[in-house]
Design a protein around this ligand. Structure first.
Ligand code: P6P
Length: 289
């Protein structure tokens, strides 16, 4: 059966939402480091490995999925013909130790991986906070759902309820990662201005911090750093999918030069500076960094 990219995107979103409660079931026992490092050189928690295992199993089995890439996998897992699915299986997992938000970030590309963000047919995230929500963006816009858990003989499954469309409001909040002592002079000068105009909202997980900007308007940045000009965040799993969501909601994105969706990733684990938010703020940013 030839599953077109949009159908495949919907099927992948359904599977990720369905799997969300089982990912969360692994949090309590998954808050210790397993001693391994992922391909980006970050220590992994049991919960990271649990989330990756569940998502890899359910996504690679789907009709219409041709490739699977994950922050926790070295290369692209080939599963035939179809869309390329890139996931950060548990973004912000270190927040589990302090019981702060974490989540799953998802990008579905109608192109072989690694692909620039222009190849995205849709993107989304599941946010584990006081409640679990899912944000889904495709050609029709951005919709947020509450994810409820149904527990039956098959175990726990997530179901989407209570949908509402999201568009980016006027800017009110900012969240900047990396630490001021590591910022370039250009970004530090930009931050000096923004910190007097907007309210600080930074929780150490991209999925939680971008969700704040999506709801309240403003800017999220994990900038180029003096010692790490490419910054920390990954293009395929974090930068491009979140840029797709924010741009679909009416905002803008940048890697310091131009839209994150135009960035050609240098490999599956390519890193990029990430700036996401209202277009007016992103334009000012690009003049100053
Ligand atoms: P820092 C989480 O580890 C993550 O990859 C993103 O979710 C988050 O935006 C960033 O790193 C936080 O990094 O340096 O502030 O701890």
């Amino acid at each position: 059966m030839n599953v077109d990219a949009e159908e495949a995107f919907e099927a992948v979103v359904d599977e990720v939402v369905k799997t969300a409660p089982r990912i969360a079931d692994g949090f309590a026992d998954g808050r210790t480091y397993e001693g391994d490092e992922n391909p980006s050189g970050h220590e992994v928690l049991g919960a990271d490995l649990h989330a990756n295992r569940l998502l890899k199993e359910c996504i690679t089995d789907l009709e219409g999925v041709g490739g699977f890439a994950s922050e926790e996998e070295e290369g692209v897992v080939d599963c035939g013909d179809g869309v390329g699915v890139a996931v950060d299986p548990l973004d912000g997992s270190s927040n589990l130790v302090t019981n702060n938000p974490a989540g799953v970030i998802l990008g579905v590309y109608d192109a072989p991986l690694p692909s620039p963000g222009e190849g995205l047919v849709g993107a989304g995230y599941v946010l584990f906070g006081p409640l679990t929500t899912a944000v889904v963006a495709d050609g029709d816009g951005v919709v947020e759902y509450v994810v409820e858990t149904e527990r039956g003989e098959e175990g726990a499954e997530g179901v989407r309820v209570d949908e509402r469309e999201l568009t980016l409001p006027e800017p009110t909040v900012y969240g900047f990662g990396g630490g001021r002592e590591n910022w370039t002079d250009g970004f530090a000068g930009f931050a000096d201005e923004v910190e007097h105009e907007l309210k600080l909202r930074y929780g150490g997980s991209m999925v939680g911090d971008v969700n704040q900007v999506l709801h309240k308007g403003g800017i999220f940045a994990y900038p180029a750093l003096r010692e790490r000009p490419q910054g920390k965040l990954r293009t395929l799993f974090e930068g491009a999918p979140m840029a797709y969501i924010i741009e679909t909601a009416g905002g803008g994105s940048s890697d310091g030069e131009g839209s994150l969706l135009e960035r050609e990733p240098d490999g599956v684990h390519d890193r990029t500076p990430v700036y996401l938010g209202n277009e007016t703020v992103i334009e000012r940013l690009e003049e100053e960094v």
